[in-house]
Design a protein around this ligand. Structure first.
Ligand SMILES: Cc1cc2nc3c(=O)[nH]c(=O)nc-3n(C[C@H](O)[C@H](O)[C@H](O)COP(=O)(O)OP(=O)(O)OC[C@H]3O[C@@H](n4cnc5c(N)ncnc54)[C@H](O)[C@@H]3O)c2cc1C
Length: 596
């Protein structure tokens, strides 16, 4: 049976010792009063909710999944899901980082991010219901009219109502410019929306009183393509003038998908049959407004894979200490037994350490980005807010794609540690692999994230933002250069920084004569930059661990070992990635289409 312990010690390390969040929060008026004890207490309670309430529902959620009643269009979630959601709402967890003006607790996004990591470890499928709700809250908070905010935000904040994002249509996935759902303006200022959406996560369920769908659709006179898309609020039940839930609206679930993983989350085909909606933001500017939700969801998906990486690692490490097979190559270690525990074998250790390094590195990155979001929202001066926002924009595709690719590798390695026992259902490991696979696909596939990073975020501004990030690394390296113990981390970090600069310039040059070069290099490129970000964060974590090396606390000793493993065994992957990126587009396009 699978187990999960919230990694509170490591979270505290990242928050308090690496990122020094208390100091950072002191510069933000909204969070200036927040102290270490409060942060730790919230995470401890959040960890209990994740491990004691959600985690026990994970297995059954996978086995039973969601069911649709085709007569009533009602979806029933797995046993315990609705009750856990009620506890989540009653406990005020939905409101953690929401705006106090709408009933939120006003705590930092950083804290919410750490909380969501634990929820995802415990039960990714369940966590998607409140996760999407929070994204819908973000989009309406940024773009809703005062009336829309007053109507919807308090209920989304409390979690009494949940939210969805309705983008995808059968013929329009990555390319939303193709979408056909139509919105007809009505005399009363509302719109009648008709069309079909597919793959809508949490589109219908029995966990909340109302579901607020954020729907992309076209107005009758809209220009073709992505410039003609508008955003609408379409509630499952109309909302009466006094805020109470009214009649059923014309949006319903026509079918639910049967899929590889996340069975506990309802993936719905949503039919809009003249459903009444209200416009959010300006006509034809819907995609930009929706990007608030999409960016939040992209970070959220990164946290989903981080959560699964952590829980898979915990189980594989425990198993490797108990399962006995073969003797160590250097001779018997457990002489009183017929065989040694498999943790003596170098390759089992490599698999475990890979998952551990990806979990701890991912946690540092996830929290760093969340802290930047807090800064972007709350720093007193505009220049800091703008800088933080630009850093978040650069790092978002890396969180989404690098963490989910790593999560896929890590959960697969952890399953491998179990041998055949990982492949059968009993231990719960194959569910982690299956659940994790979607994270590389939805919210913009990882290919699309890579194109966003290289094409828009890096080449789009002639590398300016990437250079700023490089300058931060240089500053850190300069400050620590004198310490001989840091050389093993700083030298490869500086070396990779230079190589990224060269690679960026080379691809940028080639792309001027052939834009396909961007598409050929992007996926390798994102992984290289992902490693640059991880190497920087691992060097910072090693710095803290070195300072505590004499403390006798084995947490720091283990942190250093993991940092050294990362630099010795994972970072070198960048050499082959750079080679592949530099090989360019020719090997890909030389094949004629009809030869495939
Ligand atoms: C379980 C699940 C839950 C989902 N939840 C939601 C949801 O809540 N709301 C919602 O709106 N959608 C949701 N989706 C849809 C999801 O976001 C899309 O599946 C995804 O964006 C990809 O679109 P597609 O499946 O149509 O693939 P396609 O767009 O057809 O892509 C197919 C392949 O082509 C590649 N490709 C496409 N265009 C390019 C390009 N320009 N360059 C390089 N490669 C390209 C893709 O990377 C991919 O590998 C969900 C999907 C699933 C499976």
């Amino acid at each position: 049976m699978s187990q999960y312990t919230p990694p509170l010690r490591d979270m505290q390390f990242v928050l308090h010792e690496v990122l020094k969040v208390e100091e950072a929060f002191k510069t933000m008026p909204a969070h200036a009063e927040l102290d270490v004890d409060t942060i730790n207490a919230v995470l401890e309670e959040g960890g209990k909710f994740a491990s004691e309430v959600l985690f026990p529902l994970n297995r059954e959620g996978d086995e039973i999944g969601c069911t649709l009643d085709p007569q009533t269009h009602a979806v029933t979630t797995p046993p315990g899901f609705a009750e856990a959601y009620r506890q989540f709402v009653d406990g005020g967890w939905a409101a953690l980082s929401c705006d106090p003006d709408y009933g939120g607790q006003g705590l930092p996004v950083t804290l919410n991010q750490a909380f969501y990591e634990m929820l995802n470890s415990a039960n990714q499928a369940w966590t998607m219901y409140p996760g999407l709700t929070h994204g819908a809250y973000d989009a309406l908070h940024a773009h809703g009219t005062p009336e829309q905010k007053a109507t919807y935000l308090p209920k989304l904040t409390s979690g009494e109502w949940t939210g969805t994002m309705c983008l995808t249509e059968p013929h329009a996935g990555t390319d939303l410019g193709l979408l056909r759902t139509r919105a007809e303006p009505q005399a009363d200022g509302s719109y009648r929306i008709t069309g079909e959406k597919i793959f809508i996560s949490s589109g219908e369920h029995d966990m909340a009183e109302n579901i607020i769908h954020l729907v992309l659709a076209r107005l009758p006179d809209a220009p073709a393509g992505s410039r003609g898309i508008s955003l609408f609020i379409v509630p499952k039940f109309h909302v009466n003038a006094d805020g109470s839930v009214g009649e059923r609206n014309g949006i319903y679930c026509g079918a639910i998908e049967h899929k590889m993983g996340i069975h506990g989350n309802s993936t719905c085909q949503m039919v809009l049959d003249g459903a009444v909606g209200t416009l959010v933001g300006e006509p034809n500017k819907g995609l930009a407004a929706m990007f608030v939700m999409m960016n939040a969801a992209r970070l959220g998906v990164g946290m989903q894979s981080l959560g699964l990486t952590e829980v898979a690692y915990q189980n594989a490490a425990a198993y490797a200490k108990e399962r006995s097979q073969s003797r160590a190559l250097s001779g018997a270690k457990a002489k009183d037994k017929a065989a040694d525990p498999i943790i003596v074998h170098p390759d089992v250790r490599k698999m475990l350490l890979t998952a551990r390094a990806y979990a701890e590195g991912g946690r540092a990155l996830g929290m760093q980005v969340a802290l930047l979001i807090d800064e972007a929202q709350n720093a007193p001066d505009e220049a800091t807010r703008r800088d933080a926002e630009a850093s978040v924009a650069l790092l978002t595709p890396i969180v989404k794609a690098f963490l989910t690719d790593n999560g896929w590798l890590a959960t697969s390695h952890c399953m491998q540690v179990f041998g055949g026992h990982g492949f059968i259902r009993e231990w719960g490991m194959e569910q982690y692999v299956r659940d994790n696979r979607i994270n590389m696909i939805y919210e913009g596939t990882n290919t699309i994230q890579s194109l966003d990073l290289l094409g828009r975020k890096v080449l789009g501004d002639q590398g300016a933002q990437l250079k700023k990030f490089g300058a931060q690394i240089q500053q850190f390296a300069m400050a620590n250069m004198q310490d001989a113990r840091m050389q093993e981390f700083l030298l490869p970090l500086a070396d990779l920084g230079e190589k990224v600069n060269k690679l960026t310039a080379e691809v940028g040059m080639k792309a001027m004569s052939n834009p396909e070069e961007v598409g050929a290099a992007a996926v390798d490129y994102l992984r290289v930059v992902g490693h640059l970000v991880f190497a920087y964060l691992w060097a910072r974590m090693a710095r803290v661990a070195l300072d505590k090396a004499d403390s006798g606390d084995r947490f720091y000793a283990a942190k250093l070992v993991t940092a050294r493993f990362y630099f010795a065994k994972l970072l070198p992957e960048t050499a082959s990635l750079i080679r592949s990126a530099r090989a360019g587009v020719e090997p890909l396009m030389a094949m004629e289409e009809d030869w495939f």
